[in-house]
Write a new protein. Structure first.
Length: 166
């Protein structure tokens, strides 16, 4: 299997699995664990990109070729993440957004925020709290991270120029 396709499939499967692990463990309802979701999923993406870009470098890809490869990996992974997110929020955890809002309400109340301010804050985000909105946000985040991380990773991992020593 081509390293870009394989990398995209691994990225999507790993991040999709992380979504469901968070659900199974109830971490999405715990403020501390909820806050760790994005950093951990970003770390997963960077690890997969390093692994996959090493394979594409072996094919002779230049710096720009590596950035393109990483972007394609992120796009493929992002499509799988859309599917995983949609299944998570519509089939497996259909009360996900209500539970997130309850957690937010509890955290804000403990911080001394007034009930009207809490309601305003939750209402301000409610239009984005849909299965499709969350899935697209995951896709966009994956692609942006993929482009940026690939541009950085490719500085070190790319094909050596002909005649170079190392």
């Amino acid at each position: 299997m081509h390293p870009i396709v394989k990398g995209g499939l691994v990225l999507g499967a790993a991040c999709g699995s992380w979504i469901f692990i968070n659900g199974l463990l109830g971490w999405y309802k715990d403020p501390a664990m909820y806050a760790s979701f994005v950093p951990i999923v970003t770390l997963i993406e960077v690890i997969v990109l390093i692994w996959a870009l090493r394979k594409t470098a072996a094919q002779g890809r230049s710096y720009s070729g590596q950035v393109v490869a990483g972007t394609l990996i992120a796009l493929i992974g992002g499509v799988i993440i859309i599917a995983a997110s949609m299944i998570f929020t519509t089939v497996v955890y259909p009360e996900y957004f209500d539970e997130i809002n309850a957690m937010t309400r509890e955290v804000m109340a403990k911080q001394g925020v007034s009930e009207s301010q809490i309601t305003d804050a939750i209402n301000a985000t409610s239009s984005f709290q849909t299965p499709f909105g969350a899935a697209i946000a995951g896709f966009i985040g994956t692609v942006i991270t993929g482009v940026i991380a690939s541009a950085i990773i490719a500085i070190w991992i790319r094909a050596k120029a002909p005649g170079s020593r190392a």
